[in-house]
Ligand binder design. Structure first.
Ligand code: 26Q
Length: 828
């Protein structure tokens, strides 16, 4: 049988479809009427679907050509393994990348349709929690734009990130059945189905070469079906692939049950296979130890590795001597790190390699990215769960650990404590597998996601490993894609920028630096135009706020924005305390040279995170009082923006004046929202944490409002932290806490916010919020004063955008490629 990859390569180049508005019009009509069986005047979702299918056709030939190019013998490829890809919407992104926005707009006009309304019909692909998942999506975008042969592997969750409603000020979750109306951006590929093992037991035997081997038997298998999503590059004819796996049952019946007459039970049991990819776990900063989550992780790792191995076998045959030279896996946090053991299993048990050869391949192909320092987020799985779900994998992990600890004892003879500290297995009442250690031991590269974060990993969390393998450790500061986050989300400013410095910045954001020269006196016209663009973006945001929250934002006020997952370490509470402080000032008439502010806070709380949910309730309670007090008027508005997601950020970031980045120093690994705001010309008020530090360095301290304790100061203070001393010495803070305590905002029930007050006053408050209150409030006052000088503020805004060149994921991907992946771009 002819190898189908080679056969594919031999097909003639596909004919390109024309993309003039007339052709688009015709195809749109054909899809709507002849394919979907609908006509104009139908539900607008079908119109979205018809235009998406029309555009998808234009993506196809480039997709095929790119796949063929990458599958050729001898092309080194990278694989991004991630439990999350927070893609958001696709149609607008492809229109930009294919450079057919105008023609499509024209085509829709001819049917009296507004393209913007159709774009708005698309469901967000919410296959991620927050930063880590969105980062994966930005990485995919940049890899396609840089023409890097990188394939994303993830899970096709039937239900993505939950939808958030607010009822009586509280978060209510509802399931996000994003696939209900179908998804024009996926292509089912049953021909690449893989079989995944679970359960069973291991057997040991000596093979005919005399080598001791293990084998995994008696397993209950599930099938993994791939769904491919096209990832187009920016105007470069490249389309990479994101391959998402769905779990289904095998067609095998449990024969015993079947013969015993329980036919329906035996068929129904197969249902459980499908549960694996049913829902995204909505935790973003603490592991929850659920068995199904570990199933998801192994399912992704096994399906993806088997897929890659199958392709290798087809193209390269049974010779694996080049495998490590041709393949590299990037593990997005520890979530897919069981891949280390799974690759060993495949090479040992299925490819019949000896341990050293298999380990050489594995440890030369795996690379691990860490995204958090919070101890509660570090994954540790009970050995007992491993034993039950994948006994063969556990055996391999034990063997990896035994050999690793042997190396440790060679490095540090007789240092038993160190061996215990570094062991992949944590001993104790319940033995645990430390996934981060498995990832470090199995990888040739370990990186953090911002300079400070990578330093803290070396000094703290992974210090022992750094001492053993300093050469493995490196930093890769995060970024965001300027295509989605500027060119697509902010057409007003993008047009203005391109008129003045050309369009090169979209594919090479370092060029955006040219805007710096537009802050001088002779460019008043540009500055005026910048201001107008910002005002238009604020108008768009104000309309959304009215629609979602029923509150009027005045676009002449400062738009002060904090959107991100709700977590104590991110300290949305600091923001709320400041709002209460401003409210107090208004009430006592302390409003001389006042700056009006519209404050927007948004984000989801993990459903089981009590304090985060209470913080949402507090924001709503304070908003209720502030927005309805006639003394306050336009001076101050506060809203909690519901169901914050990728598509809302596309409107929020361009409309922001002030970006709130208030995490306790040392706790936010990087942050990426901070970069989206900066790029869109918002000024940051932030702590010395994560990528804020690099943003500050890029933009200069004249254009950044820094506040709060630094990481080392936080850690020094921790031992003798007395929140009460801050209260005693600060009458503003006293007034704020008094108002909170007396139940002014607790129409729910008196004392309902007591847990928040208690946590702020607790000497063991890990986030030390009150220690930064004074500095925050004083800095906010500087922000208010700066905002009153319109010219100054406009220039700060321009400087922030102009200094954002470093924060493009194009730069991030170039660094991953230079230091870790070493792939050739198709342009080389
Ligand atoms: C783990 C086990 C079980 C269930 C859930 C999880 C889980 C899921 C998601 C743990 C953590 C996450 C997400 C973490 C995350 O988003 N981290 C953020 O990553 C960004 C990209 O690097 C950084 O910018 C942020 O600073 C970091 O908080």
């Amino acid at each position: 049988m002819m190898n189908d990859y080679l056969a594919l390569c031999m097909l003639p180049q596909m004919e390109r479809l024309p993309s003039d508005s007339k052709s688009l019009e015709d195809d749109f009509q054909r899809y709507l009427v002849h394919h979907l069986g609908r006509f104009q005047g139908c539900n607008p979702y079908f119109l979205y679907e018809a235009i998406s299918l029309t555009i998808r056709d234009r993506v196809m030939s480039n997709w095929r050509d790119t796949w063929v190019r990458h599958t050729k013998k001898g092309t080194r490829r990278g694989y991004y393994l991630s439990l999350e890809f927070l893609i958001g919407r696709s149609l607008g992104n492809h229109l930009l990348n294919l450079d057919i926005l105008n023609e499509t707009d024209k085509a829709m006009h001819s049917y009296a349709l507004r393209l913007e309304e159709l774009l708005d019909q698309e469901h967000d692909a919410g296959l991620g929690n927050g930063g880590l998942g969105r980062l994966a999506a930005c990485f995919m975008d940049s890899c396609a734009t840089l023409q890097l042969p990188v394939l994303g592997y993830g899970i096709r969750y039937e239900y993505g990130m939950f939808r958030q409603h607010i009822e009586n000020g509280e978060q209510i979750e509802s399931p996000d059945h994003w696939l209900r109306d179908g998804n024009p951006w996926e292509l089912e590929r049953p021909e690449y189905t893989q079989r995944i093992h679970f359960g069973g037991r291991t057997e040991h035997f000596i093979d005919n070469q005399g080598i001791g081997r293990g084998r995994w038997v008696g397993t209950e298998d599930v099938l993994a079906i791939p769904y491919d999503v096209p990832i187009s590059g920016y105007q470069n004819d490249t389309v990479n692939t994101l391959r998402l796996w769905k779990a289904t049952a095998t067609d095998e019946f449990n024969l015993e049950e079947f013969n015993a007459g329980s036919y329906t039970e035996s068929v129904a049991a197969k249902n459980s296979a499908e549960h694996i990819t049913m829902v995204l776990y909505p935790n973003d900063s603490s592991e929850n130890g659920k068995e199904l989550r570990l199933r998801q992780q192994y399912f992704l790792a096994s399906a993806s590795l088997q897929d890659i191995i199958a392709r290798w076998d087809q193209v390269e045959g049974s010779d694996y001597s080049n495998f490590a030279a041709q393949n590299v896996f990037q593990l997005n946090d520890t979530h897919p790190s069981v891949a280390v053991a799974e690759l060993m299993r495949i090479l040992l048990d299925e490819k019949r390699m000896e341990w050293d050869e298999a380990w050489d391949i594995t440890s030369k192909t795996m690379a691990y990215t860490n995204h958090t320092l919070l101890p509660e987020a570090l994954e540790k799985w009970p050995v007992s769960i491993f034993e039950k779900l994948m006994p063969r994998i556990l055996e391999i992990i034990y063997e990896i650990n035994a050999r690793f600890l042997h190396d440790v004892s060679f490095h540090w003879p007789a240092d038993v404590e160190r061996q215990q500290r570094m062991s992949i297995i944590e001993e104790g009442e319940q033995k645990l597998v430390r996934m981060a250690y498995l990832a470090i031991v199995g990888s040739f590269s370990v990186n953090g996601v911002a300079a400070i974060h990578s330093e803290l990993l070396k000094q703290g969390l992974f210090h022992d490993f750094y001492e053993m393998w300093p050469e493995k450790f490196n930093n890769k500061t995060n970024g965001v894609t300027p295509r989605r986050w500027m060119a697509h989300a902010n057409p007003e400013m993008s047009r203005l920028i391109s008129e003045n410095i050309g369009t090169d910045w979209i594919a090479d954001l370092s060029k955006i630096e040219m805007l710096k020269s537009f802050t001088t006196k002779k460019h008043r016209k540009f500055q005026k135009a910048w201001y107008i663009a910002k005002q238009l973006n604020k108008q768009r945001l104000a309309e959304l706020v009215m629609q979602e929250c029923g509150v009027q934002f005045d676009i002449n006020a400062m738009f002060d924005v904090q959107v991100k997952r709700i977590h104590e370490y991110k300290r949305q509470l600091l923001n709320v305390l400041h709002v209460i402080h401003l409210y107090n000032r208004i009430k006592r008439g302390d409003t001389e040279s006042w700056t009006n502010r519209c404050i927007l806070i948004g984000g989801k709380a993990a459903p089981g995170y009590y304090m985060a949910k209470l913080i949402i309730k507090l924001v709503n309670a304070v908003a209720d009082v502030v927005n309805n007090d006639p003394d306050v008027g336009d001076k101050l508005k506060l809203v909690f923006f519901p169901n914050y997601r990728v598509s809302s950020m596309e409107i929020i970031a361009p409309g922001a004046d002030l970006s709130e980045q208030t995490s306790t120093a040392g706790k936010e690994a990087s942050g990426t929202g901070n970069m989206k705001f900066m790029m869109n010309g918002a000024v940051t008020i932030g702590t010395y944490d994560g990528a804020n530090i690099e943003i500050l360095e890029a933009v200069g301290d004249d254009n950044f409002f820094l506040f709060g304790l630094k990481e080392d100061e936080i850690e020094d203070l921790r031992q003798h932290y007395h929140p009460q001393t801050y209260i005693d010495s600060d009458s503003d803070l006293q007034a704020v806490l008094q108002l909170l305590e007396c139940g002014h905002f607790s129409d729910c029930s008196v004392g309902c916010f007591d847990p928040i007050i208690q946590s702020l006053k607790n000497r063991n408050d890990p986030w030390m919020t009150l220690a930064d209150f004074r500095s925050y409030v004083d800095t906010q006052e500087k922000v208010s004063i700066a905002y009153q000088n319109r010219e100054r503020w406009i220039n700060m805004s321009i400087m922030n955008c102009a200094s954002s060149g470093f924060f493009s994921t194009d730069r991030t991907m170039e660094e991953y490629n230079r230091d870790i992946w070493k792939l050739e771009t198709s342009r080389d």
